[in-house]
Design a protein around this ligand. Structure first.
Ligand code: CAP
Ligand code: MG
Length: 442
């Protein structure tokens, strides 16, 4: 047992502003005591290794992470990390390398999951936090008191630039606010990046001309290297109007450095964190990793404007209803009610939840009621482009479902004089599995 990493008398000093606090669910390897295994985790995730080294100094020892609380019943361990050990230029990647790094591979543990983190106000000042928020997007769109209604262009990949632009036009013409690239959209030969951007701009100009309503498109700027990411961002800035575009980054596969680079280079742009790949860490049944609230909190610390937080069991993706709802509150509110920790975000701006994945217009109310807020973006791909009347009517059905929700009317009632919504209720009410013949590729 590495006793230098245990201080069960730390008590309230854990909140003295010097420590990032973390709580883990931890199951020790067979035959090990939880405190013993946890002390190995605290060592490995701060100053130590598996053996006490002769090179240690009193100052280095003062930077040890400290286990300050254990709940043997629930297999929970609380660890205080002196935040001086972190890179002092507001580097989230560095924090995660400590507290979500080697420890996932340690043989002393059978299960370890980071369930919550707490950032002292003194530490928050070092991190960017959001700059351009959903409030700025609302102002640009002139959309208030309801969610921002979006779609993902589908098929996920494979459209030509003009076909891509047509899908954008039809969704926006149907009343939708926001269109995003899907997470794998990049610079494919059949849809060259610059041409895709041009067709988005053409579609946007056309629909704004016709409707007088502003629209937003979220472009995936994830790339093989930072220079290419910046080239894509600069191309978009050259071709699109300020406020009419967001930058989407596949934050798990492109990484925290990509997110922080984009946040620091482009504080005037909505930064959209798509989290493809997060399931390997966050799924509730995964014994090793971190959960959706933790991922979402680090998204806010980095300063993303919006992050996908799941659909609270209403959409197609697996996940914990409670975690998805908690995550939405933790990133929207300044002093969200207690998760494991009572996080006070101080002046740090909010990050918007993005609800996406298997949603369709008939599911909007259920999600909104689940988080008890209208302050989110929703993107519905399959659930709009599969509407029997096509994309435009799918968008109209989504707008109508939102109108019904905000008016406090059931969609069934509202559908009596809104045909597109009636069609959606009929169609999505019956849809359980994708039609097998749709996938008959022979
Ligand atoms: C949704 C989506 C998003 C998921 C990601 C998809 O499409 O485009 O990537 O929302 O999941 O590819 O599944 P559909 P999450 O609307 O057609 O499902 O938001 O949970 O990270
Ligand atoms: Mg997608």
């Amino acid at each position: 047992m590495q006793k230098d990493y245990i201080n069960l008398d730390l008590g309230e000093k854990a909140y003295n502003g010097n420590y990032l606090l973390a709580v883990f669910h931890l199951i020790p390897a067979d035959g090990m005591d939880i405190l013993d295994a946890a002390s190995e985790v605290a060592a490995e995730s701060s100053t130590g290794s598996n053996l006490r080294v002769g090179t240690a100094t009193p100052f280095a020892d003062s930077l040890n992470a400290l286990i300050y609380q254990v709940d043997r019943e629930k297999n929970l361990v609380w660890i205080a990390y002196p935040w001086r050990i972190f890179d002092r230029v507001g580097n989230v990647q560095n924090i995660l390398t400590y507290i979500a790094g080697n420890i996932f591979g340690m043989s002393e543990i059978k299960a370890i999951k980071l369930l919550d983190v707490w950032f002292p106000r003194e530490m928050l000042d070092q991190y960017d936090g959001p700059s351009y928020t959903i409030d700025d997007m609302r102002k640009y769109l002139n959309v208030y008191d309801r969610p921002i209604l979006g779609t993902i262009v589908k098929p996920k990949i494979g459209l030509t630039p003009s076909e891509y632009g047509d899908v954008c036009y039809n969704f926006w013409a149907g009343g939708g606010d926001f269109v995003k690239n899907d997470e794998p959209q990049a610079d494919q030969d059949f849809c060259p990046y610059d041409k895709m951007v041009e067709h988005v701009r053409k579609a946007m100009d056309r629909v704004e001309e016709e409707t007088g309503k502003k629209k937003v498109h979220s472009f995936n700027i994830s790339a093989p290297d930072f220079d290419t990411m910046k080239q894509r961002a600069e191309l978009i800035r050259a071709k699109m109007k300020p406020g009419s575009y967001a930058f989407l980054i596949d934050g798990i596969t492109a990484g925290w450095m990509a997110l922080q680079t984009a946040r620091r280079l482009y504080p005037d742009v909505f930064l959209h964190f798509h989290r493809a790949g997060h399931g390997a860490m966050t799924r509730p049944e995964n014994p090793i990793g971190y959960n959706v609230p933790v991922l979402s909190k680090f998204g806010r610390l980095v300063g993303v404007s919006g992050i996908h937080t799941g659909t609270a069991g209403i959409g197609k993706m697996a996940g914990s209803v409670e975690e998805d709802i908690t995550a939405a509150h933790l990133i929207l509110e300044q002093k969200p009610k207690g998760h494991f920790f009572e996080q006070d975000w101080g002046e740090m701006k909010k990050t918007a939840p993005i609800a996406s994945g298997g949603l369709n217009p008939t599911k909007l109310k259920a999600y909104g009621d689940a988080i008890g807020s209208v302050d989110f973006i929703t993107t519905m791909g399959g659930g709009v482009h599969s509407h029997p009347g096509g994309t435009r009517k799918g968008a109209m059905a989504l707008i109508q479902a939102c109108e019904a929700w905000i008016k406090g009317v059931t969609i069934e009632e509202y559908a009596k004089d809104h045909e597109e919504l009636a069609q959606a209720i009929m169609f999505y009410g019956q849809k359980k599995e994708p039609d097998s013949d749709q996938h008959d590729l022979t």
